[in-house]
Design a binder for this molecule. Structure first.
Ligand SMILES: [Zn+2]
Length: 164
């Protein structure tokens, strides 16, 4: 089923827009394909524009297993064909920018964790250097020691996961 491609055509204007394959996991169509970028728009930009421009027109939704599909692709105009590569290019640039922002944010998050770890390690050091004058003191210090060590280990795990 995932190998089936889809188009939506307007019989009044003799034009179609390609939705290409449907991904049941994402519940989305691949969208228009750019040969130049070898990728799909992966959004509904062209479909939405097509629907808006052909409102109340006789639209027909076809899959690649029908003869009509091939007939339409052969004979009808391709909706906004000249815009596809430019649009996909913009999408690719936006995605790269988003990924870069995400990487910067992750680095800042990691830095904050490492600063917190340094602060906790300082506290741990001072707990370890505090002499205990009673048994109760010893238990309190051991408790703090354990809690600080646990915090440091947890931060180490988080930083490790962030790097993965
Ligand atoms: Zn139309």
């Amino acid at each position: 089923m995932y190998n089936t491609s889809y188009i939506l055509a307007c019989d009044k204007d003799h034009v179609y827009t390609a939705l290409n394959r449907f991904d049941p996991k994402q519940n989305a169509f691949e969208g228009e394909y750019s040969l130049l970028h070898n990728t799909y728009s992966r959004d509904q930009y062209f479909l939405a524009r097509f629907l808006i421009e052909h409102v109340a027109h006789p639209l027909v939704f076809l899959n690649s297993e029908s003869d009509r599909y091939h007939e339409v692709i052969h004979n009808y105009g391709h909706f906004r064909e000249d815009d596809i590569s430019r649009y996909v290019q913009e999408r690719v640039l936006q995605e790269n920018e988003f990924e870069q922002t995400l990487t910067v944010q992750q680095s800042i998050g990691q830095l904050q964790l490492l600063i917190a770890k340094k602060m906790i390690e300082k506290e741990l050091e001072s707990v370890q250097n505090t002499p205990s004058s009673s048994e109760r003191d010893t238990y309190v210090l051991l408790g703090k020691d354990w809690a600080f060590r646990w915090s440091v280990n947890t931060i180490n795990d988080l930083v490790e996961q962030g790097r993965a």
